[in-house]
Design a protein around this ligand. Structure first.
Ligand SMILES: [Zn+2]
Length: 116
């Protein structure tokens, strides 16, 4: 009986009756498949850590956008948590300033009326 290699998909693999099923045509394919599986695991682990970090940032700064959380978790790894906190603080201050300004613009006509 024959089947195709689970890695390269084109070379035939002989299956002998009574033996454990062989999935790959060669050791090379077997190793390549193993490496591929490992790097996929690593990738999904990294994704998970990323999502956890974003969830934490979401709790601390619920008003930020996803882009900002993503940016913060990206800088957090190479630059450290204190740098990240500083960046978050600056972003927050900028937001507060902008909101304050917006409120002032909104309120100024009323203040003018009061002065008249
Ligand atoms: Zn193969």
């Amino acid at each position: 009986m024959e089947t195709t290699c689970a890695y390269c998909g084109w070379r035939k693999v002989e299956i002998q009756e009574g033996h454990r099923k062989r999935q790959y045509c060669s050791d090379g394919c077997k190793q390549a498949a193993y490496r591929q599986r490992k790097s996929k695991e690593k990738f999904s682990q990294r994704r998970q850590t990323e999502q956890q970090a974003i969830a934490e940032l979401r709790k601390r700064w619920p008003d930020f956008s996803w882009t900002t959380w993503f940016f913060l978790q990206t800088v957090c790894r190479p630059l450290g948590e204190s740098f990240m906190e500083q960046a978050a603080k600056i972003i927050n201050d900028e937001r507060m300033q902008a909101m304050l300004k917006a409120t002032q613009i909104f309120q100024s006509p009323l203040q003018d009326e009061g002065q008249l």
